[in-house]
Ligand binder design. Structure first.
Ligand code: SF4
Length: 426
């Protein structure tokens, strides 16, 4: 199984987004009220950015106007009010502000939004409260205010430590801004800092990649994310001269080099693309890959709760319109059947994998018990094929990605909902 040379899509749900139908809000609302979970994770989406990175294929608004931001914040607060009424007794164990670029908002707006969540939801005192940040949007004072507002984890979008590579991708920050931001975050009291890196960037070479990893390790962050650039048709990177992009062999080399380096320095690989210090696991995402429930607030956000897997509306005008009309902006998705949920749990559980992670993968017995299906009958052929190719392993009833399989997670996951599997299962 070889990845297509420049195309690959990230698998993060089942059924895939393109198969999700329009939903009936009243049906969702009824199930939300009748199926209140004891715990939840909370995601807040800020779809604003300072520039359009050439590899970006997400919905976002570049350089939003102030009134547009204020209108969006008011809608987010309304959505927070809506969910907090339903989930008044539910404990929130982690909160994640993602984007976009949440730190494009000023500290008072971002802190105010978190304050609103704290006031309305039952957020545990020990909750992980994270935000994504881009270095050019930070200052020492802003980080201090965000720490005071209650944020305790920051995920800094570095991508590369090479200014030329970042500039070519239309990133607006320099290496100096990354170093300053990191030091300001530390002095503001952040004891959990994640640095995001991308490999496969235009103009990136093995040498610049090694330098980026060295720079990261020199900072001694609590975690590092090492993601592969996805070249999607809708992003402008798909139109550049392909000679600028590292080939498949180089990208594989970059990935395994990162594993070796980061693990050598004592980090634990918790997901194929994430490395953490013990005790600093990214709880929001652990919950996600464990098929835990969460709600997403904001345009295009994803939620998985009460058996429903659904998306909020986007672009902004659609989100705002639904929020005005219904106070709920869910627009596509469905209540999953038992079998669909089983596939979802397998596909997501495969992400619980790393060369030195202690508990890997998917427990076949637990899938059988929970979803009343025979694992071998339904997935045995797929699993055997993957094992023969050295991409997956099995131990004590648990299946997990092999070292070789780590770099091909998305393709491996898709095998578990291949046409053959679905014909047999449904
Ligand atoms: S910061 Fe993220 S969401 Fe914004 S343009 Fe860049 S890749 Fe896209």
């Amino acid at each position: 199984m070889e990845k297509p040379e420049f195309k690959s899509s990230f698998v993060y749900r089942y059924p895939p987004s393109k198969l999700m139908p329009s939903l009936k809000p009243e049906e969702l609302y009824r199930d939300l009220k009748n199926s209140v979970p004891e715990k939840l994770a909370l995601y807040i989406h800020i779809p604003f950015c300072k520039s359009n990175c050439i590899y970006c294929h997400y919905f976002k608004i570049v350089n939003p106007r102030k009134p547009e931001i204020q209108e969006y914040l008011a809608a987010l607060k309304k959505e927070i009010d809506f969910y907090s009424e339903i989930f008044a007794k539910t404990e929130i164990e982690s909160v994640f502000f993602g984007g976009g670029t949440p730190t494009i908002l000023d500290a008072n707006d971002l802190g105010g939004l978190l304050g609103h969540c704290i006031q309305k939801f039952r957020i545990k005192n020990s909750a992980e409260i994270s935000f994504e940040a881009s270095p050019e949007t930070l200052s020492e004072e802003k980080l201090r205010k965000l720490a005071e507002a209650g944020f305790n984890r920051i995920s800094l979008g570095v991508q590369s430590f090479d200014d030329e590579i970042n500039a070519f991708s239309s990133r607006k920050h320099s290496k100096k801004q990354v170093l300053d931001s990191f030091n300001w975050a530390r002095s503001a009291g952040f004891e959990n800092i994640n640095l995001d890196l991308l490999y496969g960037l235009p103009k990136q070479t093995m040498e610049t990649w090694r330098n980026s990893l060295d720079s990261v390790m020199g900072l001694d962050p609590e975690s590092v994310t090492v993601a592969e650039l996805q070249v999607m048709d809708s992003a402008s990177v798909s139109k550049i001269d392909k000679n600028f992009l590292p080939g498949r062999k180089d990208r594989i080399e970059m990935y395994y080099y990162a594993i070796e380096k980061l693990v050598e320095t004592g980090l634990k690989q918790t997901f194929p693309y994430q490395f953490v210090k013990g005790g600093k696991e990214f709880r929001f995402l652990e919950n996600y890959w464990e098929n835990g429930e969460f709600i997403g607030i904001g345009a295009s956000s994803l939620s998985f709760v009460a058996g429903w897997d659904y998306n909020n509306a986007f672009p902004l005008e659609n989100y705002l319109k639904l929020m005005k009309e219904h106070g709920l902006s869910a627009s596509t998705g469905k209540k999953l059947s038992k079998k669909e949920t089983a596939i979802r749990e397998i596909v997501l559980g495969l992400k619980l994998a790393g060369v030195n992670r202690t508990q890997n993968g998917v427990n076949m017995g637990s899938i059988e018990n929970k979803y009343d299906i025979n694992f071998t009958e339904n997935f045995g052929r797929v699993l055997e094929g993957l094992k023969k190719r050295g991409l997956m392993e099995e131990e004590n009833g648990i299946i997990f990605l092999s070292r070789k399989g780590l770099s091909q997670y998305d393709e491996i996951a898709k095998e578990f909902f291949s046409k053959e599997v679905k014909e047999n299962l449904f």
